[in-house]
Design a protein around this ligand. Structure first.
Ligand SMILES: Cc1cc2nc3c(=O)[nH]c(=O)nc-3n(C[C@H](O)[C@H](O)[C@H](O)COP(=O)(O)OP(=O)(O)OC[C@H]3O[C@@H](n4cnc5c(N)ncnc54)[C@H](O)[C@@H]3O)c2cc1C
Length: 634
């Protein structure tokens, strides 16, 4: 059979699959692996990726009895890194997670969960305030004014109105510097510094995230080289670029791949108007999203096993599997849990973090021999620490605060005042010269203005006794390796100091901390170090073994973090559905935003330039090139 015929047949087989053109096309030969009527599929990992795979495969297939699905997760509660749980009456999470405007696939998934109304579960788009080690840098307002002209004229400040009118006419990213309100008092950042950022446009246009060759070229270089070549000023680097790197890819420029930095900035800020705008959950993502989601999946017949850590996967070629009970030869794989129990199945979807996958590959005969897992031991993770401080409420309730879902807080008045513009402070590395924070960025959240159950309005409406009321500060640290081994009490002390240094407020007295929770996520977040893309597998790594997660190659779809986990999950589910003839799966991937006409034009010019004079490494900005030519540098 020719490849063309084979593809045609595949197409006919899958004519019911709802899948967009951008979706992953399986590169490995497919086959109907099992003779059983209902293939048994095991999904390992219960975060966004694992749940989305279960969602895609179960939407229509379970009702028609086409497939059996079991989802295993090592943790006790669902949601992966985005999940959480209650300790006593207090909810805790491994960090607060935002949803960017371009998270279209994630929003679509949420929309499909019964009991989740996006506009009730999430806040509106929320501004944030950026701090560098030198102090407050800028307020990042909500960039896309969806109501356009009507609300433009109700915006109170004359200056703001003018800014918005100008920005309306500019393509991204040129609208960003116009809308961002630089803090001229504490920041050194001058308009010329901001303009130097345009030096990145050359690389941004030259870098084609959908092209493997372009990824490879940029991925091999550190982002520090990219910024040097772009000729951005030291001020811009220190005040804006470095803080954003520390909270988005969560690493310093020397330890971040240039491809990751460019792609991150593209996805989170530059790809479309308002791409930088973020919505936040109005409570725990675990409770508001994953609980109803699990309920929906269970209703369809998906089985869940929590507290189930997978220790090893072997294939039925391995002696061990054929020795196990339950007519093993019928199944392709045996999954062994760390309590030594075994589960046999026809297909496995691995939806766990990169470092966890590296460990699993090392112990699993079915994975260790695969070319795709050859470099898994080189995959690294970023360590995060989430600290939640429940504080004695201040006798003064600060009101009329901007940007949050709620406008009141019982935080100490000086803290409340310093967070007037937004309940979210985004802080770069090196704040306050604190040695532990040299390479650690962090975010401070006033949860009373973000989460329903802590809001002053909730307390009043439900007559919550004063002794049961708390003000709540959450501080999430990224790349926190230097202090992850400290005791909880030491970390709380460091957190109080970091907040005071960042916001320029008095240190909150430890006696005012009624309760605190410190959650450590060691090596848990994917680290996009130089060359890391080389080690990222595709959505299918072997017959009947698929992978999903925010570190999996998403074949050109410009997405990151949660959205990338959802996209790769859809791609893995698609691939599996093709292989097993599950023609009712719901695997649609909504394409990322198309290039703006301006970016398209820039890309065309960059392509032409590259064909005439291919750059040896990363392309320099025009002014760096001119400087090099004038000084005779190469
Ligand atoms: C502090 C912090 C802040 C963040 N902020 C944001 C944000 O604002 N926006 C955003 O989009 N993203 C954010 N992220 C990243 C986001 O959490 C991840 O991109 C997302 O959770 C990835 O989902 P996932 O399903 O791929 O993996 P995970 O959420 O890591 O889930 C993997 C699951 O696999 C399980 N597992 C691991 N090993 C095994 C095993 N051997 N057997 C069985 N189960 C196993 C784990 O228990 C876990 O539940 C943040 C992360 C952190 C830590």
């Amino acid at each position: 059979m020719t490849i063309a015929m084979h593809n045609l047949l595949l197409l006919l087989c899958c004519s019911h699959l709802t899948i967009s053109v951008i979706a992953f096309q399986p590169s490995l030969p497919s086959r109907h692996i099992t003779s059983r009527e209902r293939p048994k599929i095991v999904i390992i990992g219960g975060g966004w990726a694992g749940y989305t795979v279960a969602e895609s495969l179960s939407t229509n297939n379970l009702h028609s009895d086409q497939v059996e699905i079991l989802l295993l997760d090592a943790s006790k509660s669902g949601g992966g890194l985005a999940g959480g749980y209650r300790e006593g009456k207090r909810p805790v999470e491994a960090g607060i997670h935002g949803f960017w405007r371009e998270y279209k696939n994630t929003f679509a998934v949420m929309d499909g969960i019964e009991g989740v109304n996006i506009n009730e579960v999430l806040s509106d788009y929320t501004p944030s305030v950026l701090y560098s080690k030198n102090g407050k840098v800028a307020v990042a307002p909500v960039l896309l004014n969806e109501d356009k002209v009507d609300t433009l004229f109700t915006v109170p400040l004359k200056e703001e109105r003018i800014r918005r009118l100008i920005a309306e006419k500019l393509p991204p990213p040129l609208d960003l510097p116009i809308l961002a309100k630089l803090d001229t008092q504490s920041s050194n950042l001058q308009p010329l510094d901001v303009l130097s950022g345009l030096g990145l446009l050359g690389a941004w246009a030259d870098f084609e995230q959908e092209s493997p060759a372009s990824w490879k070229a940029y991925d091999e270089q550190p982002a520090s080289l990219l910024f040097e070549k772009a000729g951005i000023t030291d001020n811009l680097y220190q005040e804006l670029v470095s803080p954003l790197l520390h909270v988005l890819p969560m690493c310093p420029a020397y330890d971040c791949s240039a491809a990751a930095a460019l792609s991150c900035f593209h996805v989170f800020a530059l790809q479309s108007k308002g791409a930088f705008d973020v919505r936040w959950c109005r409570g725990s993502i675990g409770e508001l999203i994953f609980h109803p989601w699990k309920h929906q999946l269970e209703g369809r017949g998906v089985q869940f096993k929590n507290g189930a850590r997978v220790a090893c996967i072997s294939s039925n070629d391995d002696e061990e599997v054929s020795l196990s009970g339950e007519t093993p030869s019928k199944y392709s794989y045996a999954i062994q849990l760390d309590d030594n129990s075994r589960i046999l199945c026809d297909a496995v979807v691995i939806a766990i973090g990169a470092v966890a996958a590296g460990k699993l590959a090392g112990t699993s005969p079915a994975l260790s021999s695969l070319p795709a897992t050859e470099n898994f031991d080189k995959l690294r993770g970023v360590t995060c620490i989430a600290v939640r401080l429940f504080l004695k409420p201040d006798t003064i309730i600060s009101d009329n605060l901007q940007g949050g879902f709620y406008s009141k807080t019982q935080l100490p008045p000086d803290v409340a005042k310093s967070m007037t513009d937004s309940p979210i402070a985004v802080c770069g590395a090196g704040i306050g010269g604190i040695s532990e924070l040299k390479e650690t960025g962090f975010c401070i959240y006033d949860l009373q203005r973000m989460h329903d159950e802590f809001s002053v309005e909730y307390y009043n409406a439900n007559s919550v006794e004063l002794e049961d009321q708390v003000a709540v500060l959450e501080v999430d640290f990224y790349r926190a390796d230097s202090f992850v081994d400290m005791s909880d009490a030491q970390i709380v002390g460091l957190t109080l100091k970091a907040v005071s240094e960042a916001l320029g407020t008095k240190i909150i007295n430890t006696e005012d901390v009624v309760e605190s929770k410190v959650l450590r996520a060691r090596n848990a977040v994917s680290h996009f170090a130089p060359k890391s893309a080389l080690y990222s597998p595709g959505a299918k790594v072997a017959n009947s073994i698929y992978m999903a997660g925010d570190w999996i190659d998403r074949t050109g779809h410009a997405s990151w973090s949660t959205e990338k986990s959802v996209v790769t999950a859809r791609q893995a589910a698609y691939s599996l559905s093709v292989d097993f003839g599950l023609d009712r799966s719901s695997c649609t991937v909504i394409p990322a935003a198309a290039d703006t006409p301006q970016l398209s034009a820039l890309r065309k010019s960059a392509k032409m330039l590259r064909s005439i004079a291919p750059p040896k490494t990363l392309p320099p900005s025009p002014w760096v090139l001119a400087k090099q030519l004038l000084s005779g540098e190469k």
